[in-house]
Design a protein around this ligand. Sequence first.
Ligand code: RIB
Length: 292
Amino acid sequence: MARIAVVGSINMDLVTTVGRRPEAGETVTGDGFALVPGGKGSNQAIAARRAGAEVEFVGAVGGDVFADALRKVLREAGVGVSRLREVEGPSGIATIVVDRNGENTIIVVAGANGRMTELTAADLDTIAAADVLMCQLEIPIPTVLAAARQARAHGTTVVLNPSPVQELPDELWAEIDVAVVNEGEAARLASALTGVPHVITTRGGAGASYRGPDGVELSHRGIRVQVVDTTGAGDTFTGALAAHWHEGPDTALAWACTAGALATTKLGASASIPESAEVERVLAESGRDSRV
Ligand code: RIB
């Protein structure tokens, strides 16, 4: 079983469903509303846990009404929360609008995630003891860099999902072993990604591809599903990939594609992450070899 440390964000998602998203200046009537725990870090931590890994989450919630629910969703998923701190001010939130095609728009307000400016000695020990460190870009970049450096110094594999996409310092790219990007991120970060040993590009319903050292390439097709909400599908993919990385990129990609596709069949980020038994069943039904 892989031991994974996630250093990242946790948000309360304010999810509104609507037939059609409004144009600028337009008011439309929505169909429903839900509060669903999310945040890329928390989603990926839960996904890795449900894919069978032992996971510790290093992050921050605020001192507000959302903090308990955010802590609870991790704890109930079996993710370690001893490194989840509480800081002054609000927790991170995301305002999400999901349309009838399952497509979304998201506005994130960092809140407590933006105040994750330092790693404690215990945080650093957690990273050093892990097999894999998983990070995203919803906490301050210097914190991501400090986590990645600690991982590299202790032989912990560094998986980065550079989302929300932004330019990053070369010194951070130098610490990355595995990058997981969507097609838009792949295009924007093309030059930096050439220096990363393992790059996985997700392609929505078409699956994902892998480019490894020495020009090794693989592609896996997606499975056909009825899409309800794509929120958190990339996080589910990344968490499942990290949990299965030690089995090799081929197996890891098959798991990640299936878990990510299943995550689109339900509303909400953390609420839609499949259990490993469900992924196993679908992999068995579809034939394990989804390579193209
Ligand atoms: O990737 C989906 C996530 O992005 C949501 O859960 C939201 O909180 C934002 O962080």
